[in-house]
Design a protein around this ligand. Sequence first.
Ligand code: XLS
Ligand code: NI
Ligand code: NI
Length: 441
Amino acid sequence: MKKSPSDHFRGISPIAFEGRSSSNPLAFRHYNPDEVIEGKTMSAHMRFSIAYWHSFRGTGGDPFGPGTIQRPWEKGSDPVSVAKNRLDAGFEFFQKIRAPFWCFHDRDIAPEGKSLAETNKHLDKVVAHAKALQKATGVKLLWGTANLFSNPRYMCGAATNPDAQVFAYAAAQVKKAMDVTLELGGENYVFWGGREGYETLLNTDLKREQEHLAAFLHMAVDYAKQIGFKGQFLIEPKPKEPTKHQYDFDVASGIAFLRTFGLEKHFKFNIETNHATLAGHTFQHEIETAAAAGMLGSIDANTGDLLLGWDTDQFNTDVRELTLAMLSILKAGGLGSGGFNFDAKLRRPSIDPEDLFHAHIGGMDAYALSFKIARRIIADGKLDRFVADRYSSFDSGFGRDIERKKVGFRELDALVQKLGEPKPRSGKQEYLENLLARYLH
Ligand code: XLS
Ligand code: NI
Ligand code: NI
């Protein structure tokens, strides 16, 4: 591992793998980045990434009070030098937590200026610094994105804003965000429709807004070709928050949207656990739906709180939930250029820099353990065999003819006249839940 150029997390050395029996709270018990499995290190399998916005811009503020988290590196003679010091701390953390990737929004890393031109200049300075840090540390960019939701100009949306000038502004901002993502070697580019939705149809033309969003995404596809950006475009669905109705509600509605507008070849999905549950789905359901369409791209790793109805973005340590997710991911052939990005934040009272380590260690260990359990389940083949057997009537005879579209209602009607009533067969859910539990405990 290359040495980090800054020393903001004094007293904390790079997190070591100490194994299951370790009682050291600042060690990994399951995630060993250097462990080789099937010719690939765990680091390469997991492709963990740190979300800059939560871990380095989050202050713990909520609607009832200001931030609680103060970081010693938030200093400098002007906003750009503060941004650079913060980035130094960020890269020191990425290295010490042993994450090979990071992710950011344009506005997380550099301050806005008085005009777009000045803002872009600030961004260029910080991006040059980030590039040097990436080179010095070996940490890479999983994805970049543009913040099209914080600035008041976007209060009624960006690509779905009723004002064409706001649409144009958003386009200019994404153009630059794509430029810097390319400059930093980003492997993907994410669109999360922060305010791409609406509060009331009394003031909204839904059809026009959806067409505008599609036009915007087509422009991004065109621009990628123009600048030679080869990264994967990702849509991150979320049903609500901040707007009541968001257009990218979930993976299924995202697939319909992309196919309707001829965009399906250019996009995959970045699936966030907490967004899945807000949409009334399980995390695994969203993964499986994207995988079935060949559009599983990346994961925003977090979790919500089932008692709260918003995006609490907590670190996920639920090994059962993650094992089910991992089963679907592994069976789909993995995430390709995607990874597991910790789009998760510390709780408001977790104010120590050390808490950033505890949070990520817990998340990384839970994912690494789930990866291993899921691999065991797949290798054993019991679950897979059960499911295959459950559908085996479609493997031959008239079942196969149905799948191959060789028969219709007439033929099947004649068949049923002959065969009579089908024999009921148990779904065996409880048996399967117990089987899963045996791998978990
Ligand atoms: C917010 C989203 C956001 C995206 C990136 O809910 O998760 O953080 O991941 O814009
Ligand atoms: Ni996210
Ligand atoms: Ni989110």
